[in-house]
Design a protein around this ligand. Structure first.
Ligand code: ADP
Ligand code: MG
Length: 382
């Protein structure tokens, strides 16, 4: 395929024995008081780690945890031992771990402390990239989920080390290639929040999709721009020009919503919301309409929960997840919160593909590439 023809796969490296591999991986998992809430991203990287171990490589894993550098990857590294023997490099300054790295055996795996503790990471610093590169012979990007960002361990590093794409990243691209050439009917379910980040995808897929359901808090923004009362619900405050989009027949908005007010929790028609209401989920009529389309679909793409599932408003998300899992369609789901919700429901295995990416998936689908992939294409091993 032309799209990634110039990206070299880690599979193409002839002799990995004793080679020092710097591996960018997605260990950015939801974690509370040191307890991992769902380990989907960790499990996704294990095949690559086993592959490198079996080939006798020495692997140093780079990742971030949380948006700034405050969290430690120590508990994550410890947890990984459940799947593969993993050590931890506790200093964020890689030079200070030299003695541990020097003692590594072939097949060894170490996780470096949260790379975002180093300010050079977000700044895409070449100095940081060079510092890390001293400890590696090659670089492998297997972190699709961060690859919409031009950070040092995604971009700058590809300019100082021969760079390859990892197994998980390749898997993501293969699954998305099916979304780009969808079997019909093709149904998109888009929920969650922050419409601004999701609008480019809607625009890109208006032609290809047969139905695009706009649900969750995204629908609130639509309702507001269409002039309906949304009470105290979560909305985007910017005007995104949704009025025009709403006239497109493929765009389907919720028929009913679940609201909470002082008196309790109620199902209301989308146009019957009061000033004191907070919309927290979609209603049964909406779910029924989604189910009908899902039943006939051959391809389903889903991002964003239908309700505020963390606070117990998970019913419509659960109904839709069950419907998708029963459907014969090829189903793709992504987004940190979506994966958390579906993992909570124990339905992750029922999807054909679960992306590790949230923002990366949205950007990749809208633009057909992401900066991390472009960096691999331009890496110095070409
Ligand atoms: P993802 O991470 O899967 O891409 P988002 O980050 O876009 O999803 O959105 C997830 C958030 O949206 C969750 O915190 C969820 O509770 C919230 N959400 C979804 N529907 C509603 C709603 N109707 N009201 C308030 N919050 C909602
Ligand atoms: Mg999210």
């Amino acid at each position: 395929m032309k799209r990634n023809s110039s990206v070299k796969s880690i599979r193409s490296v002839r002799n990995l024995k004793g080679k020092r591999v710097i591996l960018r991986a997605s260990l950015n998992v939801p974690i509370k008081n040191g307890v991992i809430q769902n380990d989907y991203r960790i499990r996704s990287i294990i095949p690559t780690l086993r592959f490198l171990k079996d080939k006798g490589a020495k692997t140093i894993v780079l990742s971030h945890l949380g948006s700034d550098g405050t969290k430690s990857l120590r508990d994550v590294a410890r947890y990984m031992n459940k799947y593969i023997r993993t050590g931890f490099l506790p200093e964020h300054d890689i030079d200070k771990n030299k003695h541990l790295i020097d003692s590594m055996n072939n097949g060894g795996v170490f996780v470096l402390e949260n790379i975002r503790r180093n300010p050079g990471e977000l700044a895409n610093s070449k100095i940081l990239a060079k510092q890390i590169a001293k400890y590696g012979d090659i670089f492998v990007n297997d972190d699709f989920a961060v690859s919409h960002r031009k950070h040092a361990s995604v971009d700058a590093i590809t300019k100082v080390l021969p760079s390859y794409i990892g197994l998980e990243f390749e898997k993501e691209l293969n699954s998305f290639s099916k979304v780009f050439k969808p079997q019909k009917p093709f149904v998109i379910i888009l929920g969650g929040a922050k419409f601004e980040t999701k609008l480019p995808l809607v625009k890109e897929f208006l032609k290809k999709a047969d139905s695009i359901f706009i649900v969750g808090a995204l629908a609130n923004s639509f309702f507001r721009e269409l002039g309906y009362e949304v009470g105290k619900s979560l909305v985007d405050n910017k005007n995104l020009g949704l009025k025009k989009l709403a006239t497109n027949k493929k765009i389907i908005l919720p028929k009913d919503v679940v609201v909470k007010n002082k008196k309790g929790v109620f199902v209301k028609k989308f146009n019957g919301v009061n000033k004191s209401d907070v919309i927290l989920d979609n209603g049964p009529e909406t779910v029924l309409e989604i189910k009908e389309k899902v039943r006939e679909a051959k391809m389903i793409l889903w991002n964003g929960p239908l309700g505020k599932f963390e606070d117990g408003f998970i019913d419509s998300t659960e109904e839709v997840a069950k419907a998708v899992s029963r459907s014969k369609a090829y189903s793709v789901v992504g987004g940190g919160d979506s994966v958390s919700a579906i993992s909570k429901l124990k339905l992750l295995k029922k999807f054909n593909f679960v992306s590790t990416g949230g923002g990366a998936m949205l950007d990749y689908l809208a633009d057909k590439t992401i900066p991390g992939l472009e960096a691999l294409k331009k890496s110095i091993n070409k």
